[in-house]
Design a protein around this ligand. Structure first.
Ligand code: GDP
Ligand code: MG
Length: 447
């Protein structure tokens, strides 16, 4: 998201209850951010409508933190459009599995053929690449190069491919059909058919793709689309959906600056799942598509959502509410509460791991660098050595009590003194926080 949207979310975060105006302002920023990311206009409109409706509903007003809930809704809706779970390749019941690649020229089909072949080989398959792109000079040679890199044979029975600039002749449909036959007779369990593309959607190209499809009955038709394509994504994807009825999408060039708005548009408009992400020119720059990661990328907020989920799991709602009330008064916050907070923090998992998920939180990061789990153990031991009366009212902890607590918890009296000082500081912070709003983590400032 734009910086503005990030700050909108930040502003929301400090509010207890959201008004309709708050939600509308947020939805406006989401709309702007999605349009910035080149998500198609109708998709943006539908998306923001859904988010607004859910944000105004009871699920948000009754939530622990309504603002986080709105962020969560945005994320959930993004993930849902992007297909929820990532889907693996479908294999044929009887080998060979036929995978056909389709897409515009330069989308990344030939590169993908090599990537797929390499990844399939690593999984123990024996892929055969079929060069059915006879359109472009060099297309066959290029496939041979990636085939060699992937260690997969290439079926390319064309005359005249030796000369670099020669256009191979022949019938791509016949080549594709013969390629599948060859795979069957040579016992390759997967066939990957590389096809020709054009610079733009074109009737002749689409007919050729449809003919190759009809001749080979693919188990998967993968539509490869350049993530940088922008607003053209919808028209292109729709044309290929109508023309060849692809079964899945591969998003290429995700290593570029593209925010991935195209992913959202294509997934929404065609209803087809995105299977893989291509992230570079090397054959290993290839991975299964993760809708949740893509949602974060479109939102551009790191894994804030993961953090929120972990926090939600760790913090019991009632306990937190009671704590919030105590924090609001400041003075009621006791060492017992301090102990509970420490334990909650620990249950949030490794704080140091979480810091990597938070974008733009330098202060927090620094605090976390200094965070030491053993320190929590020590604090816990000290507080546990106190009597309930001492925990409720640390003022009564005189010299002899300090010595007793230190002995009981195996620390020095200096350690006990330090803890009491820190607690006094935390208590003071609570009082300040109560005026400023937000969630406090002892010794770490605002979370
Ligand atoms: P095709 O016309 O659809 O077969 O596309 P190609 O596979 O020939 O790819 C076109 C260009 O994009 C080549 O220069 C590739 O190296 C490059 N390319 C393909 N996939 C990626 C990718 O994921 N990231 C980047 N940066 N470049 C890619
Ligand atoms: Mg190609």
């Amino acid at each position: 998201l734009s910086d503005r949207l990030t700050s909108t979310f930040k502003n929301l975060r400090t509010k207890g209850r959201l008004s309709e105006a708050d939600i509308d302002a947020t939805v406006r920023e989401i709309r702007r951010a999605l349009l910035d990311a080149d998500v198609a206009v109708p998709v943006v409109r539908e998306f923001t409508g859904t988010v607004r409706e859910r944000a105004l509903s009871a699920e948000v007003s009754g939530a622990l933190n309504p603002a986080q809930q709105v962020v969560k809704i945005v994320n959930e809706e993004l993930v849902s459009i992007l297909g929820g779970e990532s889907r693996p390749l479908t294999f044929a019941k009887t080998a060979p599995t036929v995978i056909m690649l389709a897409g515009l020229q330069g989308a990344g089909k030939t590169t993908l053929a090599g990537k797929l072949a390499l990844s399939l080989k690593e999984q123990g398959h024996t892929p055969l690449l079929v060069a059915a792109d006879l359109q472009r000079p060099n297309a066959v040679t290029q496939l041979k190069v990636v085939g060699e890199r992937a260690g997969a044979p290439v079926y390319a029975p064309h005359p005249g491919v030796a000369g670099e600039d020669e256009v191979p002749t022949g019938d791509p449909v016949a080549v594709a059909r013969a390629g599948v036959e060859t795979a069957r007779s040579r016992q390759h369990d997967v066939v990957i058919i590389d096809t020709a593309g054009r610079l733009g959607v074109d009737a002749e190209l689409m007919q050729q793709a449809a003919d190759i499809r009809d001749a080979t009955s693919p188990d998967e038709i993968l539509f490869v689309i350049d993530a940088m394509i922008g607003q053209d994504a919808v028209a292109t994807a729709q044309a290929f959906a109508d023309g060849v009825a692809f079964t899945g999408v591969v998003l290429s060039k995700l290593d570029g600056d593209a925010r991935g708005g195209a992913a959202l548009s294509v997934a929404r408009v065609t209803g087809r799942p995105i299977l893989f992400a291509s992230t570079g020119e090397k054959l290993t720059d290839f991975e299964p598509f993760h809708p949740d990661r893509m949602a974060s990328r479109i939102l551009d907020m790191g894994d804030v959502l993961t953090l929120i989920e972990q926090a939600e799991k760790a913090f019991d709602a009632d306990q937190t509410e009671a704590m919030a009330a105590k924090m609001a008064s400041g003075t009621d916050f006791t060492l017992s509460d301090f102990l509970v907070q420490m334990q909650q923090m620990r249950s949030m998992g490794s704080m140091k791991k979480m810091l990597g998920m938070l974008p733009g939180m330098g202060q927090m990061r620094e605090a976390l660098e200094n965070f030491d789990e053993r320190e929590v153990d020590r604090v816990e031991a000290i507080i546990r050595s106190m009597t309930p009366a001492e925990r409720d009212n640390p003022k009564i902890i005189n010299g002899s009590r300090r010595a007793r607590i230190a002995r009981g918890s195996g620390v020095t009296t200096t350690d006990v003194n330090q803890l009491l000082e820190r607690f006094a500081g935390a208590q003071k912070m609570m009082r300040q926080m109560a005026r400023g709003g937000g969630m406090a983590v002892p010794g770490m400032g605002n979370l």
